[in-house]
Design a protein around this ligand. Structure first.
Ligand code: AGP
Length: 609
């Protein structure tokens, strides 16, 4: 994971790099460091822990220079410590790295034999030493970097500066994200767009196996073996304010409250009411192929996988196509049955999750077509898919996914409607009804968010609880899983999600007065069955928090607390019921005093397998 930033231009590099790292801290926050080059002097500052520790250090010992690189770390090789913090230096070369070098032990052994001494336990430090080693032989900065990178196996995005080249910054990418920002006589490079948004919205996206050499006036992109590559910049519509907290205490709370707007953006321009059709411009799959698909896999990780589970309900119900949902890290190792009639739909907020990217490549290698649902425009997954449905949620900074999840649900709904029209599995009237319901969704989400205070008041009593059970049935079962994941991630309370009907086959043994049970129970076909499950919990002293659109007495009698949500068609109900569960985990975490936006051990974008 980790975040890297680089700057070359006329301004003071430290502030720009620090600002970029602040916006990349979601990628890792075990340590941070920065290096600048000023008047022929390389200066480095590093600190264990969050970026604020590095900032304190820089206040007492400032760095100057208009060329700099920085790093915020999520530890893989070597514990979080100052010694393991990037940048790493060997001779006059300083490197920041995101990724994993798989052959680092062999390289380290060889380099040690050649007289190099290592100061850290990281795989990354070998890159600086390799560059130095090659420089001894070829005396050319660019060639030395190229030769060094050719020896690496694994994934990397790097930025490197050299004491003897005050006008050059080199960056390269193979398997880890890296984006270039183009300003007026200045360049930025970073792991993700928000790190550069306050300086430029002109971005250039590097492909794997590409390297860029920046000088103050120009940049030259080549392949790693030196072939010239032409690049076009893209104007990014995200604005810098989208990556700010905007008055909210946490990014997560802001992102929860942004959902009506985010979902309106997911829908915008995609409905043609006159033609009763969904328009998915970047899908790039013709109707003949969509009609001929005989197997659909949905593949993703974490929260995106939960969205995929809801997608199965939507696609099977509306488009009558059988769907298998897989966890990405499992998919590629189970020899999936993929042929030219198979469509694999991968879901990823970041578009950079290593397991999901590997699953995508596996599906391609087996001859199948792949489309993706991504939030980050031009991310690796988006670019490697035949087609993409962007969620347009805007940058999601909180490590716990909220608006990315609900916009994924809406993107899946749009895809299911499109498939059903092409495969003629729904009448025009039914399709129209679904589309009309979708258009009411942002307003209903506004209404749902009014529960915030009630949920905050209820949350206070749960801060000492050790375990939670989340129940849901049908398309609400994935919402129970997602509710449990949210609580685990940010409050560190153990929580499990279960299909409500399955409770009596085991988990019921856990129920006593110390186990709160959150149940998602909309007024649908299984409503009465779930109410019976609640009675079983109640009979054993369990405390019940219900999320429902029902005002019936049976629910009131079976529950301790009810969060009443607005009604909508069953297909879209998971979007609405997600909101109270997000707010519940948020408020419990705030009362517990955990670090909501940057929970321990986690990182937003998991770019290691
Ligand atoms: C969600 O709260 C998590 N942070 C995590 O499960 C996440 O959804 C997962 O890592 C997948 O990320 P992606 O959507 O960017 O691929």
């Amino acid at each position: 994971m980790c975040g890297i930033v680089g700057y070359i231009g006329q301004q003071a590099a430290v502030e720009i790099v620090l600002d970029g790292l602040r916006r990349l801290e979601y990628r890792g926050y075990d340590s941070a460091g920065i290096a600048t080059l000023s008047e022929g002097q390389l200066c480095t500052s590093r600190a264990e822990g969050k970026l604020s520790n590095l900032e304190k250090r820089l206040k007492t010992a400032p760095l100057s220079g208009s060329l700099g690189i920085g790093h915020t770390r999520w530890a893989t090789h070597g514990k979080p410590s100052e010694a393991n913090a990037h940048p790493h230096q060997a001779g006059g070369f300083v490197v920041v790295h995101n990724g994993i070098i798989e052959n680092y032990l062999q390289l380290k052994q060889r380099l040690t034999g050649e007289g190099h001494t290592f100061k850290s336990e990281t795989d990354s430090e070998i890159i600086a030493h390799l560059i130095e080693q090659h420089h001894r032989q070829c005396h050319d900065f660019v060639t030395a970097v190229r030769y060094a990178l050719a020896e690496l196996r694994g994934a990397f995005a790097i930025a490197v500066i050299c004491k003897d080249h005050p006008d050059q910054l080199i960056a390269a990418k193979a398997g880890s994200p890296l984006v270039i920002g183009q300003g007026e006589g200045e360049y930025f490079v970073a792991s993700d767009i928000p790190a550069m948004l306050s300086h430029t919205r002109e971005m250039i996206f590097l492909n794997d196996g590409e390297m860029v050499v920046f000088s103050h006036a120009k940049m030259v992109v080549t392949t790693l073996d030196g072939q010239a590559v032409k690049k076009q910049s893209k104007h990014i519509t995200w604005n810098p304010m989208m990556a700010e907290k905007g008055g909210y205490r946490h990014f997560m709370l802001k992102e929860i409250h942004e959902q009506p707007r985010a979902i309106a953006d997911t829908i915008a321009g995609r409905i043609n009411e006159d033609k009763n059709a969904v328009l998915l411009h970047d899908l790039n799959l013709d109707d003949d192929f969509l009609t001929s698909i005989d197997r659909l896999y949905i593949v993703a990780c974490g929260t995106s996988w939960h969205a995929g589970l809801v997608g199965k309900f939507l696609i099977e119900k509306l488009a009558r196509l059988s769907v298998e949902v897989d966890i990405a890290s499992e998919f590629r190792y189970r020899q999936p049955l993929v042929n030219e009639k198979t469509l694999t739909l991968v879901i990823s907020q970041s578009g950079e999750t290593a397991d999901t990217l590997a699953a995508l490549r596996e599906a391609h290698e087996r001859g199948g077509k792949v489309i993706s649902i991504c939030n980050v425009v031009e991310s690796s997954i988006a670019r490697e898919s035949e087609g993409v449905i962007y969620t347009h949620a805007g940058p999601e900074i909180g490590v716990a996914s909220t608006k990315a999840f609900t916009t994924q649900l809406v993107a899946l709904f749009l895809f299911a409607l499109h498939l059903s029209r092409v495969r003629q599995t729904m009448s025009n009237e039914a399709l129209q009804e679904q589309i009309q319901a979708l258009l009411t969704l942002p307003r209903k989400l506004e209404e749902t968010l009014e529960l915030d205070q009630q949920i905050e008041a209820a949350a206070r009593q749960f801060i000492h609880v050790q375990d939670f059970l989340y129940l849901g049935r049908g398309n609400q079962y994935p919402i129970a899983l997602e509710g449990a994941l949210k609580l685990k991630e940010i409050s560190y309370i153990h929580a499990e999600g279960y299909p409500a009907g399955e409770m009596k086959h085991g988990p019921i043994a856990l129920i006593d007065e110390n186990l709160p049970v959150v149940v998602v129970v909309p007024q649908n076909d299984t409503y009465e069955k779930v109410i019976s499950n609640l009675e079983e919990v109640r009979a054993r002293g369990g405390q019940i928090l219900a999320v429902s659109d029902s005002r019936c007495n049976d629910l009131a009698a079976a529950s301790d607390v009810i969060f009443h949500v607005p009604s909508i068609i069953d297909e879209l109900m998971p979007v609405i019921t997600s909101i109270p569960l997000q707010l519940l985990s948020y408020h419990i975490a705030v009362f517990k005093g955990t670090d909501v936006d940057q929970p321990r051990n986690l990182a937003k974008s998991v770019t290691v397998e």
